[in-house]
Design a protein around this ligand. Structure first.
Ligand code: CDP
Length: 205
């Protein structure tokens, strides 16, 4: 298996910023799996699909083309800005809870990593537990809710807390720390410090 660094954690724990910078420093590819679930949600809404219609969501997710870097594109549609709106924030966790949607995304995530011979930093909720159980390094980032809320100015703590609850309590691949993962509380750390810690673990690995 190619090198995979799995970065999981709740909303606003710093995953994206850290994963992106780490990938850049190490010369690895970067995969934002949250953007994939957000893109499917955006297209479902545009098509008028009910976010409780599991069959329709599964068939949509199974047939779409998605790229997340440098822009988030689904079926030739650029949804980079659209996927960050409050409408998507409040619906994405329902879409991501659908087992068929997850299967379709996980397949694409594994295929993406296979195509990156230098390796990939992958961030999400189930990367170390389900998508890449054999990952080279598994990191689980956390931070106090108040800090996560500040980092997500505009989303609001209710929305963050309700996504966290849905993501951790769903039946299919819930957010949880893998037994092999190293946990890091980023509440009082800068991005540089977090990237430094992970790089040091990687060297010691
Ligand atoms: O950036 P933030 O942590 O706020 O969220 P995100 O990574 O963009 O993910 C958005 C949503 O997608 C999460 O709240 C989860 O419901 C879902 N997701 C997931 O279920 N599994 C993943 N591997 C990544 C995201």
């Amino acid at each position: 298996m190619n090198t995979v660094i799995a970065i999981d954690g709740p909303a606003g724990s710093g995953k994206s910023t850290v994963a992106r910078l780490l990938a850049e420093r190490l010369g690895l590819s970067f995969l934002d799996t949250g953007a994939m679930y957000r893109a499917v949600t955006a297209l479902a809404i545009r098509r008028g699909i009910d976010v409780t219609d599991e069959d329709a969501l599964t068939s949509l997710a199974s047939t779409v083309d998605i790229t997340t870097t440098p822009r988030v594109i689904i079926n030739d549609l650029d949804v980079t800005e659209e996927i960050r709106t409050s409408e998507i924030n409040s619906t994405v966790s329902m879409v991501a809870a659908v087992a068929g949607v997850r299967e379709a995304m996980v397949r694409r995530q594994r295929e993406f990593a296979e195509r990156q011979p230098r390796g990939t930093v992958v961030e999400g909720r189930d990367i170390g537990t389900v998508v890449f159980p054999q990952a080279t390094l598994k990191v689980f980032l956390t931070a106090e809710l108040a800090v996560r809320e500040t980092r997500r100015a505009g989303e609001g703590s209710d929305s963050i807390a309700s996504r966290d609850l849905l993501d951790s309590s769903r039946a299919s691949s819930p957010l949880r720390i893998d037994a092999d993962a190293i946990e890091l509380d980023t509440t009082h750390l800068t991005v540089e410090q977090v990237v430094g810690e992970i790089s040091a673990w990687l060297k010691a690995h």
